[in-house]
Design a protein around this ligand. Structure first.
Ligand SMILES: Cc1cc2nc3c(=O)[nH]c(=O)nc-3n(C[C@H](O)[C@H](O)[C@H](O)COP(=O)(O)OP(=O)(O)OC[C@H]3O[C@@H](n4cnc5c(N)ncnc54)[C@H](O)[C@@H]3O)c2cc1C
Length: 296
């Protein structure tokens, strides 16, 4: 067996916001064979399932979850091919950034200090400091759950846009690995200088001090004002609903201030969406992903 299977596992500790119920069964595949074996079990048991990466952009339902959860955290191999790098989905974004820099390859500096793993970053098309992962992607290899086979998708067919990819519209794809094209001829020391600057900036912004799931909403690119600024303008900083609070430091981060629940988070999302529509006539789109799926 190329996977670990655990039953009745609480998912809250696998998320950065520390919210999530007890799942019937959680699988940790080690490799391609393990992924196929896991889905064979899921098919045999006729279970609904969802996939979890580093848990840094999700809010998981905190009631009992009659689901199979596939965690990619044990898929952590990487391999350089010249200036191209294959990285499996469970590798932490920060570690990938370190690997690239230590081999004098640039491009992934913005990944340093970004919570979560590579698969989640590709799924979300994670971005920071004027860079996004799509810029470096050459191709993505997925396990097609419906067809029970692996498929390599070239970047042009990944549908990357601002915080968007085709993977968000295709629940049958488990991202297994990604091939990135890195910038050769860079100097390790210079790369680390930039990486440390970015991490310091995140620390200054309080990213690591309170449990959150990152940005609650996407930026509305048509209006050109970051959502955090918009929410600050309408006085949301520090506003609390149940145990979830709008961060005092960054109004687009909702933090788990005291025993916050899935319902608290969703209620806060609804309330703020309505307020922004009413006061600014702007429609906000949610960035965090609710698992198993959608708003309740
Ligand atoms: C403090 C903080 C700061 C953050 N800063 C940023 C930032 O600057 N920029 C930014 O873009 N984001 C930011 N985020 C959000 C988050 O870190 C990124 O989106 C991250 O890339 C998500 O990766 P993950 O592995 O944690 O994904 P998860 O949260 O585990 O999953 C996100 C979605 O991807 C799906 N998924 C995950 N892995 C796979 C896979 N292998 N195959 C198929 N589907 C998969 C999940 O089902 C879920 O729907 C921040 C979050 C926090 C907590």
């Amino acid at each position: 067996m190329n996977f670990i299977r655990k039953t009745n596992l609480s998912l809250s500790r696998f998320t950065t916001i520390k919210i999530g119920g007890i799942a019937d069964v959680v699988f940790f595949p080690f490799d391609e064979k393990g992924i196929m074996e896991v889905f064979e079990e899921i098919r045999n048991e006729k279970k609904d399932f969802f996939i979890l990466g580093g848990g840094s952009n999700v809010v998981i339902n905190d009631s009992k979850l009659p689901y199979a959860v596939v965690m990619v955290s044990h898929l952590t191999h990487h391999k350089f091919h010249g200036n191209e790098l294959d990285a499996e989905a469970g590798l932490s974004s920060s570690i990938l950034s370190e690997l690239a820099a230590n081999n004098d390859f640039g491009g992934l500096e913005f990944f340093y200090g970004l919570p979560g793993s590579v698969g989640g970053a590709v799924y979300m098309n994670a971005r920071a400091y004027e860079s996004e992962i799509a810029e470096l992607v050459k191709e993505v290899t997925v396990y097609d759950i419906a067809k029970n086979s692996f498929l390599t998708i070239p970047k042009e067919e990944c549908g990357f846009e601002y915080k968007k990819s085709i993977f968000q519209d295709n629940p049958n794809y488990l991202i297994f690995k990604v091939r990135l094209i890195l910038r050769p001829g860079m100097k390790k020391a210079e790369l680390w200088k930039t990486m440390n600057k970015y991490k310091h900036d995140r620390k200054e912004k309080g990213h690591y001090t309170e449990p959150s799931a990152g940005c609650a909403f996407k930026n509305n690119r048509e209006i050109g004002i970051p959502t955090g600024k918009l929410l600050d303008e309408i006085g949301m900083k520090g506003y609390q609903l149940g145990g979830i609070k709008v961060s005092e430091k960054h109004a687009n981060f909702f933090v788990n201030a005291s025993g916050g629940t899935f319902k608290d988070y969703q209620n806060l999302i609804r309330e703020i969406k309505e307020k922004v529509k009413l006061e600014k006539n702007i429609d906000l789109e949610t960035e965090v992903r609710f698992l198993p799926s959608g708003l309740i």
